[in-house]
Design a protein around this ligand. Structure first.
Ligand SMILES: Cc1cc2nc3c(=O)[nH]c(=O)nc-3n(C[C@H](O)[C@H](O)[C@H](O)COP(=O)(O)OP(=O)(O)OC[C@H]3O[C@@H](n4cnc5c(N)ncnc54)[C@H](O)[C@@H]3O)c2cc1C
Length: 511
């Protein structure tokens, strides 16, 4: 039986592990943290759960290959309740209000009533939201291995999605916002995505919700990560926690296994690096082995940027007068570093009773952090006292804005936890604290990098950094592709059950 070692128990690494276990391989995952899940995680403070990932789960609706994969790895399970939000988010400001309802016709009506002079921009927006509802993640096999027949199978996706992308070619989220005359609509566009992101990304995210997807599994991200880790172990996989990997051991054109930070060497037939791409090529493998496409993204900072966030979690004694959803508003403004931020908002976790203690409201506030702002957090973290003070200063400013907007919280709200880009770097070795991958600007195509290392025959890559701007579906798909590549590389020696697959280069059903 061929042995595969996987570095990293994020969703990508665990997906690769589950699929390979299902396919007759022996696998072991080495994870540096005491808990599996990577960025798909959550934790408790003062008995209150703090979720740190799933705001919306793409393909939560049954009927797509990605949804089947969610079930295969345990992200979803028919016994797990799904929570469906009524809207994507709501914005209140400039004397008006707009809600991006799940029912897009309602949103359209409300936008037209709010700003009839924006009719053309609104019509175009909804025409392309409808097109983007066909968005599916092609996951049968790696995209670089797909032929015309594979693309044909994608149906409406091939027709509609490129048309929507073309309609917003060269348009950033900021450009889209600026195209609205209404200040309410303008501000609302800038809340969910970094402003340099292609406008299409915002449209696609909203389309995910309007298409009936984007639901959240009960128990949130940590429970999902635990289900996936359990599924992996039930399938016979060995999960080694608290086991940081120092490097992949290379002999010429092959890897013979890995070396752990404590010096232990573990032999393997194949190695899958399911870690942050920068970490992979600054620690695990020589940097000159980085695939050219990835190198281009890291080097071309003008067109490919990364972002992170500042987060603060709060608990309110009592119930707030808000929907359990994302509510944003025009505040008096808070200053973070050199930037005055007026439009702020929170996610209220009341939609899932298992996430909030009885009689309390749990909310989280997040602020995008870019470029120099990210550097500032890393610089400040060198002095723990100053770092803590700054974290709390921002959290208190945010809390005071909540008290002003929602008077029922006055004196009843307190800070539970605060975390920054530095937290992601520490927790997941995340490049500049980024928990999503590269943001391609309006003039640039997003890049998909094949998960192979040209100079090494038996090392494959997984993880969100290989695909577009990242997120759970790309990370999971890339885990599956890495399993496909290991299977593909080993197929000369495979057992009879797989022989039919050899003829047409298609992996077994579960690959
Ligand atoms: C606040 C937040 C909200 C998000 N919201 C959404 C959302 O709503 N929808 C969505 O689709 N996505 C969302 N994401 C993004 C999503 O979480 C990530 O895209 C995804 O989890 C990345 O998975 P991964 O396996 O590629 O990487 P990671 O999760 O980073 O996994 C890599 C693993 O490798 C481990 N590791 C690193 N170095 C080593 C080493 N040397 N040795 C051993 N182990 C190592 C890390 O500890 C980690 O566990 C969100 C993320 C965050 C943080």
């Amino acid at each position: 039986m061929k042995k595969v070692i996987i570095v990293g128990a994020g969703i990508s690494g665990m997906t690769a592990g589950i699929i390979l276990q299902n396919s007759g391989f022996s696998t072991e995952i080495y994870e540096k943290n005491p808990v599996a899940g990577g960025e798909l995680t959550g934790w408790k403070r003062d008995g209150v759960y703090i979720d740190n990932c799933i705001n919306y789960l793409m393909c939560s609706k049954k009927g797509s290959a990605m949804n089947e994969l969610w079930h295969e790895i345990g992200m979803l399970d028919d016994s797990v309740k799904m929570y469906s939000k009524d809207y994507f988010f709501k914005y209140i400001g400039h004397g008006g209000e707009i809600t991006y309802w799940r029912d897009k016709e309602r949103t359209k009506r409300e936008m037209l009533a709010l700003s009839p002079e924006d009719k053309d921009v609104i019509e175009k927006f909804f025409e392309n939201v409808t097109r983007a509802e066909s968005m599916i993640m092609p996951i049968d096999k790696p995209m670089d291995k797909m032929g015309p027949r594979d693309f044909m199978k994608l149906g409406d996706f091939v027709k509609n999605v490129p048309a929507a992308q073309k309609a917003y070619k060269g348009v950033s989220v900021k450009d889209l916002a600026d195209s609205f005359k209404s200040p309410v609509l303008r501000s609302s566009c800038l809340l969910t995505h970094p402003e340099m992101t292609q406008a299409y990304s915002f449209i696609m995210s909203y389309a995910m919700v309007t298409s009936g997807s984007g639901d959240i599994p009960e128990g949130g991200s940590l429970a999902a990560a635990m289900r996936i880790a359990n599924r992996y172990q039930e399938k016979g996989g060995k999960l080694h926690l608290n086991s940081p990997v120092k490097s992949v051991k290379i002999n010429g054109k092959t890897a013979s296994g890995i070396v752990l930070e404590d010096g232990t060497e573990v032999a393997a037939d194949y190695v899958i690096c399911a870690t942050d791409a920068n970490h992979t090529f600054t620690h695990l493998l020589p940097s000159e082995y980085m695939p050219k496409k990835l190198r281009k993204c890291f080097d071309d900072k003008e067109h490919f940027s990364v972002f992170s966030k500042y987060h603060a979690a709060f608990v309110v004694d009592g119930k707030m007068n808000v929907d359990p959803d994302t509510t944003c508003w025009e505040s008096d403004g808070i200053k973070v570093w050199d930037r005055e931020i007026k439009d702020i908002g929170f996610i209220c976790y009341d939609y899932d009773p298992s996430l909030t203690p009885e009689g309390k409201t749990s909310i989280q506030m997040k602020l995008f952090q870019y470029g120099k702002e990210v550097d500032n957090w890393f610089e400040l973290a060198k002095d723990p006292e100053k770092y803590e003070a700054k974290k709390m200063e921002v959290a208190e400013a945010l809390m005071s804005e909540v008290e002003k907007k929602f008077p029922e919280t006055k004196g009843k709200i307190r800070i539970l936890d605060v975390w920054t880009p530095v937290s992601y770097a520490k927790h997941c070795n995340a490049y500049r604290g980024a928990y999503m991958a590269f943001v391609a600007d309006r003039d640039t195509k997003t890049v998909t990098t094949p998960g192979v290392v040209k100079k090494l025959k038996n090392v494959f890559l997984a993880g969100q950094w290989l695909m577009g701007s990242g997120g759970l579906p790309p990370a999971t798909a890339q885990g599956k592709y890495a399993a496909w590549r290991a299977w593909s590389a080993s197929k000369i020696l495979i057992f009879p059950a797989f022989r039919g697959c050899l003829k047409n280069e298609t992996a077994p059903v579960y690959l």
